[in-house]
Ligand binder design. Structure first.
Ligand SMILES: *[C@@H]1O[C@H](CO)[C@@H](O)[C@H](O)[C@H]1NC(C)=O
Length: 286
């Protein structure tokens, strides 16, 4: 009896700690530009962005987040998407803003998208890692997630970690931890650089180009976020505050980095003749 009472109280308290929202796009997002090109439909369950020769389009979250796990399912522009970029990112504002980026660079039909990632801290980015995906991101919805904690940022694709950015403040690298961020997405034309470095241009006869979004979910801290560092296996389960990379997660991360990573700023010695940034010298894996 006493025990079940304690358990009940513990559950009640822990449910207050996590604010979990299974999304409705009307409630959670504002369409910010592109007029009719950005649309919410199916009663708030589905959102689409499109791009034509006149304009792209975009949306942003109504609320700001400071740490949390953010999941979104995207289905990218199908067919010939060369020249188009679908950006999906978290960002604060101002000259010293922080940012956590996914950008999907389109391609000719049948040629692979590039998933471009970056982390900005205190207004400074330049931390690009790029990946091919192990599936066609235009056929179905796939889940793209960020786990943002004071200790690290993990980028995930269908719950597979693809990138880990550790807090390296102890060696002087700023980490995003004071500025709340909104979620943004936009679809625009970037054919001056996106596809094969700008060689392949957007084919406007294929416009409009459309990307779809569904199943937004955000788990955030109502209270303190700094505790809870025990390890937990399933990155797919709730309780994001305790989500660390366990052995399986690390193996998956290595698998992605070995087989699908096509660019890593940390290995770009030509770009950093004076030496790579300090966070690159830390062991890459936990
Ligand atoms: C597009 O396809 C080409 C040829 O396979 C490839 O080199 C390139 O990395 C792909 N992605 C982008 C965004 O250019």
């Amino acid at each position: 009896m006493a025990f079940s009472m304690v358990l009940f109280v513990a559950l009640a308290v822990s449910s207050l700690m996590v604010v979990s929202g299974a999304g409705n796009f009307y409630q959670d997002f504002d369409l910010t530009w592109g007029d009719h090109r950005a649309k919410i439909f199916n009663g708030g369950q589905l959102l689409s962005l499109s791009l034509d020769q006149t304009s792209g389009s975009g949306f942003k979250s109504k609320r700001e987040y400071l740490f949390g796990r953010i999941d979104m399912q995207l289905k990218l522009v199908a067919g010939n998407s060369a020249g188009t970029v679908t950006a999906y990112y978290l960002s604060s504002q101002g000259p010293t803003h922080d940012e956590i980026d996914f950008e999907f660079l389109g391609n000719l039909s049948g040629d692979p998208y590039i998933l471009h990632t970056n982390v900005f801290t205190q207004g400074k980015g330049g931390r690009e890692q790029q990946f091919y995906l192990w599936f066609d991101p235009t056929r179905n919805f796939h889940t793209y997630s960020v786990i943002w904690k004071p200790q690290h940022i993990i980028f995930l694709v269908d719950n597979t970690p693809i990138r880990l950015f550790k807090n390296a403040e102890s060696i002087g690298v700023p980490f995003p931890k004071n500025q709340p961020m909104r979620i943004y997405s936009s679809l625009w034309n970037a054919d001056d650089w996106a596809t094969r470095g700008g060689l392949v241009k957007t084919d406007w006869s294929k416009a409009p180009f459309t990307a779809y979004y569904r199943n937004f979910n955000a788990q955030t801290c109502a209270g303190s976020c700094t505790h809870g560092t025990s390890s937990s296996s399933a990155l797919s389960n709730g309780g994001w505050q305790t989500q660390e990379l366990d052995d399986y997660g690390r193996r998956r991360l290595r698998w992605v980095q070995k087989n699908f990573m096509i660019y890593n700023y940390c290995s770009d010695l030509k770009r950093f003749p004076q030496g790579v940034p300090p966070e690159c010298k830390r062991p890459r894996f936990l």
